[in-house]
Design a protein around this ligand. Structure first.
Ligand SMILES: NC(=O)c1ccc[n+]([C@@H]2O[C@H](COP(=O)([O-])OP(=O)(O)OC[C@H]3O[C@@H](n4cnc5c(N)ncnc54)[C@H](OP(=O)(O)O)[C@@H]3O)[C@@H](O)[C@H]2O)c1
Length: 325
């Protein structure tokens, strides 16, 4: 698979990463350990070198799984993880105090079975801790060799600038897809200016953009707390998927591949991290890196999407409040 650079300090990863969250967290119950480890190995075999996890996924168990699955390939892969939730849970709140960052890093290193974290993100900006202190703490961890690169997630332009002045930020991980294009206003131009890479999370709109969701989700599905996934909002937003699937069919690709190829076409320093629990979908997603969208096709997608008004917030209120504005 082709490689892409995140930031300007030498971090190079496969053009598509693997979002590990859903392997054993969210959306129902996930995979058992053996199957999850096997899927991680399949991802490496197929050229993926960039894996995304967080203390908060589980909490803790996702890092353990990723640590176990990637241990045989440790030197060949880039592992990204995140700190910043109180006791590992965004439901409890945020905590990016320097002493917590240090303690979480040590615990993550153990769970990931490694002596360095390639990319350490702050999961959410903590309004009670100056971002300069957060960046300074990660800078120290980098100097100690425990961390290689620094990242932020869902940070505002103002925060990114302040953090970057203390410790260069290699990547921003925020939601970005044909389902959520807000980063185009202010964030992407800033990342371009500062030469920071962009890692779009939920690049398939949490599965919605693939077209597999067309009715109320099962009761156990954790996406039920998201306003965009209420029964009536799913129904209303399907107009987007229908329009995209028509364009995808003309190109003989799947709607999910269109969504990923569109992201990859936006900037050469964008690396989406779709998640899946299924090998055939992993392969389908990987094949999107071979899709080339022409200028005409990109313009058509842009026009189509801009003509559609989506309904429902992307987060429930208590999580929306944690977004840095
Ligand atoms: N920084 C943050 O705050 C944050 C927030 C959310 C996510 N993330 C990261 O981003 C990663 C990806 O985000 P996400 O899991 O929210 O959303 P996503 O990657 O947009 O979508 C994942 C969903 O799409 C389905 N799917 C994947 N490939 C498919 C295909 N080819 N056809 C049909 N369905 C497909 C998966 O189901 P199956 O498993 O059934 O295939 C799963 O339900 C996470 O794993 C996590 O690492 C970060």
């Amino acid at each position: 698979m082709q490689k892409r650079k995140l930031g300007n300090s030498g971090l190079e990863v496969s053009a598509l990463g693997f979002g590990c969250m859903g392997l054993n967290f969210l959306e129902g119950k996930g995979l058992d350990k053996k199957d999850a480890v096997s899927l991680l190995h399949s991802a490496v075999d197929r050229g993926i070198t960039f894996f995304d996890t967080a203390e908060a996924y589980g909490p803790f168990t996702n890092e353990e799984l990723v640590g176990e699955g990637l241990q045989p390939y440790r030197k060949d892969v880039v592992i990204a993880t995140k700190f910043g939730c109180r006791d590992g849970s965004p439901v409890i709140g945020l905590d990016s105090r320097p002493e917590t960052i240090r303690a979480v890093t040590e615990a993550s290193l153990k769970r990931l079975k490694t002596d360095y974290i390639d990319l350490l993100y702050q999961h959410r900006v903590d309004p009670n801790v100056p971002i300069e202190d957060v960046a300074g703490t990660v800078k120290d961890l980098i100097q100690e060799g425990k961390v290689k690169y620094f990242g932020l997630s869902e940070a505002s332009a103002k925060t990114i600038r302040k953090a970057h002045a203390v410790q260069p930020v290699s990547a921003l991980q925020s939601e970005y897809s044909l389902f959520w294009r807000e980063p185009e206003d202010e964030i992407i131009p800033l990342l371009e200016e500062l030469e920071i890479g962009f890692v779009p999370f939920s690049p398939l709109g949490k599965g919605f953009l693939t077209g597999v969701i067309n009715k109320k989700l099962e009761d156990a599905d954790r996406r039920n707390v998201i306003p965009r996934f209420t029964e009536e909002n799913i129904k209303a937003n399907l107009v987007l998927v229908d329009a995209l699937s028509e364009i995808a069919q003309q190109k003989n690709i799947t709607t999910g591949q269109l969504a990923l190829a569109w992201l990859l076409a936006q900037k050469p320093w964008i690396v989406p991290i779709p998640g899946t629990t299924k090998l055939h979908r992993l392969e389908e997603n990987i094949a999107s890196t071979e899709v080339i969208l022409t200028e005409d096709e990109l313009a058509k997608i842009d026009k189509t999407v801009k003509g559609i008004t989506l309904v429902g917030d992307r987060y429930p209120e208590f999580l929306e409040k944690q977004i840095d504005r």
